[in-house]
Design a protein around this ligand. Structure first.
Ligand code: ADP
Length: 297
């Protein structure tokens, strides 16, 4: 973190992913023998907070954890990544979990239980002060919409930019769309939201291996290709992209987009979500190398 680091507040979910691997996923009423199990920190809020912190931003996360053992592990992961979790509340009951069953072909079935994430509410005094003091508020949709709408309105009123990754897609009130400055969607979400996202001043559509398309307030479009990589697992690529984008937004949109596609692509070359998120130095290196002539030693 440097003195010039951008202050980012992320409002969102924190989950423990329980990943079971098995040759074949069970059908109704069936039991199958699995061959692997891992607990993996996740949730879009946590992932994007870590992504922005690794990208060099000064990040505070607003969210909620339960009073179970997963909460302690998740706090440690976030703190180790440099995310300020003073505004992550503890509520009675379980933390958010996702049960993920992955078969030999890499196909999965997922059950998400929101747990403590459902207890995230509109900002209180401390959260409002953090939002007021930030350059950007970044939200997703894995927590109650009321909380997102109220936080976005607060940010808008105080001159803090609002970035929204409206995922998973759901119907959103007009009051939210009018507060959003920057929307980050993938191609599936772009189709799902249709006209609703057309009025967002800065629309960022990620295109997987094709990189990103950006449309600014003046209507002009830019396409930034992604570096060619060998993708092994695209889990977390979108979160890496979004975190890097908000961390560097203040350096200008072209710089932010270039760094974000590079961060997303680096994440796609590694397994998992949080472990795959690249550091600022790794993105620097990848960008530096990409402009060297082919025959450079
Ligand atoms: P999501 O994972 O949210 O669906 P995308 O698939 O569009 O989002 O990926 C987000 C970003 O991650 C892309 O803009 C790109 O930078 C990077 N990325 C994803 N998949 C690949 C890939 N196969 N090769 C290179 N970069 C990728």
């Amino acid at each position: 973190m440097t003195a010039a680091a951008s202050r980012v507040v992320v409002l969102g979910s924190i989950n423990m992913d329980l990943v079971l691997t098995c040759p074949r996923r069970p059908g109704p009423g069936e039991t199958v023998l699995g061959d692997g199990f891992a607990t993996v920190p996740g949730g879009k809020g946590a992932n994007q907070a870590v992504a922005a912190a690794r990208a060099g931003a000064d990040v505070r996360l607003i969210g909620a954890l339960g009073d179970d053992a997963f909460a302690a592990q998740l706090r440690e992961t976030l703190t180790d990544a440099g995310v300020d979790i003073a505004l992550v509340r503890t509520v009675p009951g379980p933390s958010g979990v996702a049960g993920i069953v992955v078969d030999e072909a890499g196909e999965n079935s997922i059950v998400v239980v929101a747990g403590a994430n459902d207890a995230v509410g509109p900002p209180g005094d401390a959260e409002a002060a953090a939002i007021d003091g930030a350059r950007i508020l970044l939200c997703q949709l894995e927590i109650p919409i009321d909380a997102v709408v109220a936080a976005a309105a607060r940010a808008r009123a105080g001159g803090t930019l609002v970035a929204l990754n409206p995922s998973p897609a759901r119907a959103l009130p007009d009051a939210l769309w009018t507060a959003v400055n920057i929307a980050v969607v993938n191609t599936v979400e772009a189709d799902q939201y249709g006209q609703a996202i057309a009025r967002v001043p800065h629309l960022v559509t990620t295109l997987g291996a094709d990189g990103v398309r950006y449309r600014g307030p003046d209507g002009a479009e830019v396409h930034v290709p992604a570096p060619t990589v060998t993708a092994v697992d695209t889990t977390g690529a979108g979160d890496a992209f979004t975190g890097a984008l908000v961390a560097d937004w203040h350096r200008g949109v072209e710089t932010a987009l270039a760094r974000a596609v590079t961060a997303g692509s680096l994440a796609a070359t590694r397994h998992g979500a949080i472990p795959a998120l690249p550091t600022r130095a790794e993105v620097d290196r990848a960008l530096g190398l990409s402009v060297l002539p082919r025959d450079h030693p």
